[in-house]
Ligand binder design. Structure first.
Ligand code: SF4
Length: 406
């Protein structure tokens, strides 16, 4: 009789090697300068520069855990192939360090790829790390069937969103997810919405798209136009006449909190207008699924940007959703420069950065004004303190100061 390969284990807790990996993590990611600035009320004075750190920035609890688990896994299995289904988090420094440890990236879900094909190389002797964003259910099932060891670093806040959309599906509500369709987390979340028969999802990117969903609900947009825009970001066989009758709103954990809230309110108002107040509780649900780390970082940069800084530098990967939103928030109050790392500070005069809502980097000259300047600094939830330190050092030295003197 053929025996189904059994999944040996899914590890979510690590291997008890925290102390053993600490020196390596400290060497790669820790920053004594950042600790010093935090101890000085989050301010560093350097000549006519005042560097002000946001009160919440950098590594969140989910990223901390994912990185720890990856390092523990390498320590536990020094001789095995270790794979990651995609980037563990969206930070180039962290992903490069993991590659240096011999961890291989499968890059599943790349556009144009046959689903699951990137997992062909995995055997039952291998170890596969699931990133902090999670992974879609078909891929997870495939990995389980291979019988390899799975180390699941999915953040608890992402799993909490999955529980919501699964419940929507069970109760016959369509999940309208505010997120980026191709983002790993949103792919994983939307796959949970269709776990149960009749479950459906629709991913909306922003207010403008949510507005067109509302137009359809209100009978002001025809089905053909609706599907032309949304077919590729909705579940298979999505029928807007049927699937927009009962809606549960959710969001990718790292979206702009205010926009997610507004989108839910827009859809609620459209359903109320279409079906009447008395029907609303049967047709609309919403749970705020922005994670607390994202919210804290957005609140902190809002406070800092409003406090009268001359400019803000936001540090983080260019494909990091939460970092991009920190830039968007800051840019409403002052010039905001999203940089991947210190290499982007080209000189005292020039900075390469990704503008808010831009898709590629640009070089701006004259970014650092003469005279006294207050610079706000923040970083996305996937940015190590060491990278933030390097950016601060580059800013200070580009102005002609030595960090040892400050
Ligand atoms: S940003 Fe939020 S959801 Fe994402 S890993 Fe961090 S804590 Fe978890």
């Amino acid at each position: 009789m053929n025996q189904e390969p059994q999944n040996k284990m899914i590890n979510r807790r690590g291997f008890g090697l925290k102390e053993a990996i600490k020196p390596l993590l400290n060497e790669s990611y820790h920053s004594s300068l950042i600790e010093r600035i935090k101890a000085s009320d989050y301010v560093l004075e350097a000549g006519d520069l005042q560097i002000c750190l946001a009160r919440e920035f950098g590594f969140c609890y989910g990223v901390d855990r994912a990185v720890d688990l990856a390092y523990e896994t390498r320590k536990q299995f020094p001789d095995r192939n270790i794979y990651l289904t995609s980037e563990i988090i969206h930070n180039p420094r962290v992903n490069t360090k993991l590659r240096e440890l011999g961890i291989q990236f499968l890059d599943s879900g790349k556009t144009g790829q046959t689903p699951g094909s990137s997992l062909d190389a995995v055997t039952r002797e291998d170890v596969v790390l699931i990133p902090a964003f999670g992974t879609p259910t078909p891929e997870l099932e495939l990995l389980k069937s291979k019988g390899c060891i799975l180390v699941d670093t999915t953040c608890g806040s992402v799993v909490a969103v999955w529980r919501r959309v699964e419940q929507y599906g069970r109760d016959g509500f369509t999940s309208v997810i505010h997120g980026k369709f191709n983002h790993e987390e949103t792919r994983a979340t939307s796959s949970r919405a269709t776990q149960y028969a009749g479950g459906a999802f629709l991913v909306v990117r922003d207010r403008a798209q949510a507005g067109r969903v509302c137009q359809f609900i209100l009978g002001r947009l025809d089905q053909e136009s609706f599907l032309a825009e949304f077919q590729s970001t909705a579940s298979y066989g999505f029928d807007p006449r049927k699937h927009l009758e009962r809606v549960g709103c959710a969001n990718q954990t790292t979206m702009l909190a205010s926009e997610s809230f507004e989108i839910a309110e827009m859809i609620k108002a459209a359903l109320k207008e279409r079906y009447g107040e008395e029907e609303l509780s049967k047709r609309f649900r919403h749970f705020d699924t922005i994670c607390s780390a994202t919210q804290d970082r957005q609140d902190a940069i809002l406070n800092l940007a409003r406090s009268g800084v001359n400019l803000v530098v936001i540090v983080g990967g260019y494909n990091s959703s939460n970092t991009g939103h920190l830039c968007e928030i800051s840019s409403e109050f002052c010039p905001a420069y999203h940089v991947r790392d210190a290499d982007e500070i080209l000189s005292r005069d020039a900075i390469r950065h990704k503008p808010p809502s831009g898709s590629s980097t640009v070089v701006t000259r004259g970014w650092l004004p003469q005279g006294k300047v207050r610079i706000g600094i923040t970083a996305g939830a996937s940015t190590p303190n060491r990278v933030i330190e390097e950016v601060i050092c580059k800013v200070v030295t580009s102005r002609g100061y030595k960090l040892a003197d400050v």
